[in-house]
Design a protein around this ligand. Structure first.
Ligand SMILES: Cc1cc2nc3c(=O)[nH]c(=O)nc-3n(C[C@H](O)[C@H](O)[C@H](O)COP(=O)(O)OP(=O)(O)OC[C@H]3O[C@@H](n4cnc5c(N)ncnc54)[C@H](O)[C@@H]3O)c2cc1C
Length: 585
């Protein structure tokens, strides 16, 4: 039973903890960070703070059917960088990608040792699904990882939501948050802090969301709302490449992953006329192997040109293949099998309709997130970042996020060992955060009325969709629309002082919307700054339709001034380590 809402701050209970390493987010990267920290330094206290429950939280909650990046026998780290660089329109941090790739296979092979079933071919090698993908039966992969975290003796605080960092100047000395079940305020002081809260979902209106009964029918984990980014933005951390949004082709009206079908079963994307879109119109970009931003854009172009709807053509598949395809989905997105059954759809006769997803900010797929160094240190002393919340390394996916978790743990230990002191908690900051966190609940008890989070979420998502290049606008945007978005984001931010929460769950939702507004504002600044179109499906400036290497062959970074709230946007140069044409794999 959840605790009652407090009528005043004095009623709120407190939990104070002191730990060596605090990891915020016990998803894939966070769990690997915890395991790596404990096995390197078993004497350290390692604490995970998790908004949901570690057994089934984050992107891996319902399982996976593939590991998208694994370096097979005939491949190299350098080749992975070349491929990923071309997939990302020539823009990634090569130093970070190399260090991630060097640990990639270790993370995956360990998972197998711990119990993850990985499919094998006739030679006993991992079963390839594409050049870098391998097929797994990953329905239980998160449970396996959670068990390992417990075995290593890490401390797990389930259902505790982080809301802000604990700061000593600009140094991060832990985090604060609240219990979604016990209602208590948590103040956790740490020697080093690792953020692993995943990416940001729910910034834009999804076409699958009817606002009533399919509120969370989206592709990315709906509980990853970008709080990790928001906490960094508020504390003045440098962020990178938010404008490289992740939009993907998904099954229409369901938002299910499509690589399972198009890569796994070589099903081509076709338009309403039955033309093979990628092979015929995008041969110069690699046809079916075109970068993902091309693939995301392709069905939208077809719709705009009057050639929609679009499909993945499954009509060549044998009944046996359909059966294994459904098993694959049962490993990753079980409800898709029910979706097909509910429609009575025989995919050997009727192809599966596809459409673009709503846009997400996801550092494990594109390069958005914290600006970090090779040790995964952010620009805030004491804070490390890994997984989807960390920037610079697109195409990390499952294995890369796990590898980065290990790197962040090593970085955090090194930092901890170099510390002369662990910093001072400023009680006035703690009191201010406590008042901020519980304000929507206390307002509801005292005033009995206000704006509920769902109402503000609807407004935010529509605003972003219509003015900042959402799926209903075929991802298109221009300066005027983006400026409109910024103006109205400011109005919404001002209205957060009317937010109310009727229970602890709604209190969590109130903070989810506050955090999304901070992330959305930075995102729009990035979209405005990049006056070119580098990734048509991800970032499509109709007023600057071409790629402009003279001005934008670089990273776009930002930093919000914690005192004034002003957002500064600037560039950082590209540094090439692996030779070759950056636009070809
Ligand atoms: C539907 C789907 C299918 C995918 N398919 C594949 C695939 O087939 N192959 C592949 O390689 N990759 C795939 N990926 C990508 C891959 O799963 C992710 O990139 C990776 O697992 C992300 O790991 P992470 O630890 O960064 O984030 P997550 O695993 O999402 O972990 C983030 C954690 O932070 C917690 N959290 C969030 N906010 C807070 C807060 N305020 N306080 C405390 N905790 C918080 C969350 O509850 C969560 O547990 C898929 C992703 C999705 C969503």
């Amino acid at each position: 039973m959840a605790a009652k809402l407090p009528a005043k701050l004095e009623e709120v209970g407190e939990v104070r903890l002191e730990t060596d390493i605090l990891i915020i987010g016990a998803g894939n990267a966070g769990c690997y960070a915890a395991i790596e920290a404990k096995r390197r330094r078993p004497d350290l206290r390692v604490t995970l703070m998790e908004k949901a429950h570690i057994d089934r939280s984050g992107c891996l909650a319902s399982g996976m059917d593939a590991i998208n990046t694994y370096i097979k026998k005939n491949e190299t780290v350098e080749n992975l960088v070349r491929w990923s660089r071309a997939q990302a329109g020539g823009l990634l941090r090569e130093d970070l990608t190399i260090t991630m790739a060097e640990l990639l296979n270790q993370a995956i092979e360990e998972w197998e040792e711990w119990g993850l079933p990985i499919k094998k071919d006739e030679n006993g090698e991992y079963l390839a699904r594409g050049r870098w993908d391998i097929a797994i039966q990953g329905s239980e992969m998160k449970v396996i990882l959670a068990e390992k975290v417990r075995e290593y003796g890490c401390e797990v605080l389930n259902r505790v939501v982080a809301t802000n960092y604990l700061l000593d100047g600009d140094r991060v000395i832990g985090a604060m948050g609240f219990g979604v079940r016990d209602g208590k305020f948590y103040i956790i002081k740490a020697g080093a802090t690792i953020v692993a809260t995943g990416g940001a979902a729910g910034l834009y209106k999804p076409y699958t969301n009817d606002g009533v009964d399919s509120h969370h029918q989206i592709w990315y984990c709906p509980f990853n709302v970008g709080t990790g980014y928001a906490m960094g933005i508020r504390a003045g951390a440098e962020m990178t490449t938010f404008e490289m949004r992740w939009c993907a082709v998904r099954t229409k009206d369901f938002n299910g992953p499509i690589d399972t079908i198009s890569v796994g079963y070589k099903a081509p994307m076709i338009n309403a006329k039955g033309e093979k879109i990628l092979a015929e119109r995008y041969a110069h970009m690699g046809g079916d192997a075109s970068p993902r931003f091309v693939r995301a854009n392709a069905p939208m172009e077809e719709w705009l040109a009057g050639r929609g709807p679009c499909y993945v053509d499954t009509r060549h598949m044998t009944p046996e293949q359909v059966k294994t395809l459904k098993i694959d989905y049962l490993n990753e997105r079980p409800s898709f099998v029910l979706f097909l059954a509910a429609r009575g759809q025989d995919i050997t006769r009727e192809p599966i309709e596809v459409y673009g997803s709503d846009p997400y900010i996801v550092g494990g797929h594109t390069a958005s997130g914290y600006w970090i160094d090779v040790k995964r240190a952010t620009t805030l002393p004491g804070l490390f970042a890994c997984g989807d919340v960390a920037g610079g390394v697109p195409n990390k996916f499952v294995g890369g996020c796990a590898a980065e978790g290990m790197l962040a743990a090593r970085g955090a230990i090194e930092y901890l060992e170099s510390l002369a002191d662990r910093g001072q908690v400023d009680e006035s900051l703690v009191a201010a955060e406590k008042a901020r966190v519980y304000a929507p609940a206390i307002r509801q008890v005292r005033e009995g009325d206000g704006v509920i989070p769902r109402e503000m979420e609807e407004r935010l998502q529509r605003l972003m969709d219509e003015y900042a290049g959402g799926v209903h606008q075929f991802y298109r945007m221009n300066r005027e629309r983006l400026e409109y978005a910024l103006k109205h984001l400011a109005i919404l931010k001002d209205q957060t002082r009317y937010l109310v929460a009727h229970d602890l769950h709604e209190l969590m939702e109130a903070h989810e919307i506050i955090d999304r507004l901070d992330v959305a504002e930075v995102l729009v600044h990035h979209l405005l700054f990049r006056e070119e179109t580098r990734w048509p499906g991800w970032q499509n400036r109709v007023d600057f339709p071409e790629r402009d290497d003279t001005r934008f062959d670089c990273f776009v970074n930002s930093r919000r001034n914690p005192q004034t709230g002003e957002i500064e946007v600037f560039t950082r140069p590209y540094e090439q380590i692996i030779p070759g044409d950056r636009y070809r794999p």
